[in-house]
Design a protein around this ligand. Structure first.
Ligand code: NAP
Length: 534
């Protein structure tokens, strides 16, 4: 059986950096396994039309640790396309010679902790068994695609494509009547592109969504050169500002008149991207009154954009802006002015069943030739539960997480020694820039491994008390905000039967300060077990 220091599952941003850092900087033997046919993780799978980075602007959704990588990769647009991000990750894998330690087309089917040897053993769908001291789970927060359980959905005879599992061969919408279910980021990005080609598009919308204009454009080479020059400072800035590279305004809404505030919202809207949410005034995600004002501003923009008043009314969201994952769009609302696009409001006219050729809602039958499911993911916890590792005494993660996604620091779970999660439940995840957040988590894991070696420790796992206090802390942070008021994948509300728990840490920079503190203080909250074997 192959013996390694670390097994990494997942060859996306997090897993690739884990391989590089642990192998090339820490000198460990590491192997990455991924079920996909290429590196890229989420960018390998989510190749639906219109897929783009939604925050922050290019080049900040990328690795930050290497000035060489920053200097050598030529980004071309302010909001990079899926194809560009995937090409970038392939470039990084070549440049850092990662491929030789990545095994693709290989699904890890089982992972078990062996207490006597303080090691993990994994099995793959190819029948291999591999052992390592550490198991690093970098399977992605948005990996397990969710398909609604509508009666008859499996009987539909046309092609069905989930945005999160998009085919590698080209998909033609030409001459087709396409039904799209779901209006989150994936639906909002893909619907305008599908509508350009299809005969007819029927959008099945459950919750109307806010979307801010992305205003994607070519990236000015002079600006890219400036970013490269200033990279160390911008990188530090990302660490301090919740993953955002630029200084943000600290303006207080109450210091301005309603007219001044409106003028500012217009300015932020014109700028595009996330600015309206993160840089108009302080406290948009905690102050309901302020949030309502900005939400009304965006609803006004939707009404101004959509010609048909009834359609505009159906598209108006009724939750606080930003409390479901904010969406950046490239012409989403304008798409409803096309005469080949129709909106079905599922709240008033729910789907009853599918036939071989149509979707039947309460009020009508909608004939379709193709179904696009943009219905999201069993987010954050889903990929860990799919792996379902078995920890001490053979206890499975499914059993431990039946009612609550208990863990400490979003990184480790009691009863699962030497197992670490990247972007796990209660870590900042998408609420911090993910490539940077993953790097910082991997850096912490590596510092933890160094500490264990120095102290002769063979196994580390959190205490139950540390987990309880941590989950409580993350919940308290969420409860101070408007986030829990919305039904979103942050809370698990998108998956029927999933335990409700706020799954993201809302203060990314403080989260990473906390990780630093824990490392500096010798890992309080963890049980350290002496090494049993040489
Ligand atoms: P999502 O945000 O969870 O949206 C899923 C959509 O499907 C929602 O409109 C949801 O309605 C709908 N839906 C789910 N179950 C349904 C059902 N049974 N019947 C009818 N409608 C149903 O998923 P996503 O759009 O794939 O995005 C997930 C996350 O991935 C994003 O929030 C973002 O973090 C990330 N993402 C990023 C990018 C990028 O550009 N970087 C692009 C795509 C996705 P409800 O709202 O009512 O639940």
């Amino acid at each position: 059986m192959q013996q390694l220091d670390a097994i990494v599952i997942g060859a996306g941003f997090g897993g690739l950096y884990a391989l590089h850092h642990l192998r090339d900087n820490a000198g460990l033997s590491v192997k990455v396994f991924d079920g996909a046919g290429g590196v890229g993780g989420t960018w390998w799978f989510n190749r639906y039309p219109g897929a783009r980075v939604d925050a922050p602007p290019t080049p900040f959704y990328a690795y930050t640790f290497s000035q060489e990588l920053v200097d050598e990769w030529e980004w071309t647009e302010t909001q990079s396309s899926q194809a560009d991000v995937l090409a970038y990750l392939e470039f990084v894998s070549d440049r850092l010679d990662l491929h030789k330690d990545i095994q693709l087309n290989t699904v890890v089917t089982d992972a078990r902790y062996d207490e006597a040897n303080q090691r993990w053993t994994i099995e793959t769908d190819g029948g291999e068994t591999v052992s390592a001291r550490f198991l690093i789970c970098a399977m992605g927060a948005l990996f397990v695609a969710h398909t609604p359980d509508y009666p008859g959905i499996d009987d539909f005879a046309g092609d069905t494509h989930h945005t999160g599992r998009w085919p590698h061969e080209p998909v033609s919408f030409d001459g087709k009547r396409v039904g799209v279910s779901g209006t989150g980021s994936s639906g909002v990005q893909s619907i305008p592109e599908i509508a350009k080609e299809a005969d007819h598009v029927t959008v099945f919308q459950r919750t109307p969504q806010y979307a801010l204009p992305a205003r994607n454009k070519p990236l000015d080479p002079a600006l890219l050169a400036k970013y490269r020059e200033d990279w160390p400072a911008l990188d530090q800035s990302m660490r301090r500002r919740g993953g955002w590279p630029f200084e943000l305004n600290r303006l207080k809404a109450r210091d301005f008149t309603p007219e001044e505030r409106h003028a500012r919202y217009e300015e932020m809207w014109a700028l595009g991207g996330m600015y309206l949410l993160i840089d108009s005034y302080v406290g948009v995600l905690v102050d309901a009154e302020l949030n309502n004002e900005i939400s009304e501003f965006v609803k006004g923009k939707i009404r101004d954009t959509v010609d048909d008043a009834e359609t505009a009314r159906k598209l108006e969201p009724d939750y606080h802006l930003g409390t479901k994952r904010l969406i950046l769009d490239n012409g989403y609302f304008e798409t409803f002015n096309r005469n080949n696009v129709e909106l079905v409001d599922l709240r008033n006219d729910p789907i009853e069943r599918f036939t071989t050729t149509s979707v039947i809602t309460k009020d009508a039958e909608h004939p379709i030739d193709m179904l696009v499911l943009a219905t999201g993911f069993d987010a954050v916890s889903g990929s860990m539960l799919r792996l379902n590792p078995k920890g001490r005494n053979g206890v499975s993660l499914k059993d431990v997480w039946e009612e609550r996604f208990g863990n400490y620091l979003g990184l480790a779970v009691e009863g699962f020694p030497n197992m670490f999660m990247i972007h796990g439940p209660t870590s900042p995840g998408v609420l911090f820039t993910m490539p940077k957040g993953g790097e910082l988590q991997v850096d912490w894991i590596e510092s933890c491994m160094r500490h264990l070696d120095k102290e002769g420790i063979g196994a580390i796992e959190p205490t139950a008390e540390a987990e309880d206090a941590w989950v409580e802390e993350v919940n308290t942070l969420a409860d101070r905000s408007l986030y829990p008021l919305a039904k979103s994948w942050y809370t698990g509300a998108n998956i029927p039967g999933k335990p409700r728990q706020f799954l993201a840490h809302l203060a990314g920079s403080h989260y990473f300060d906390r990780l630093d503190e824990v490392a500096q203080q010798g890992f309080p909250g963890f049980v350290l077990e002496k090494r049993r074997t040489d």
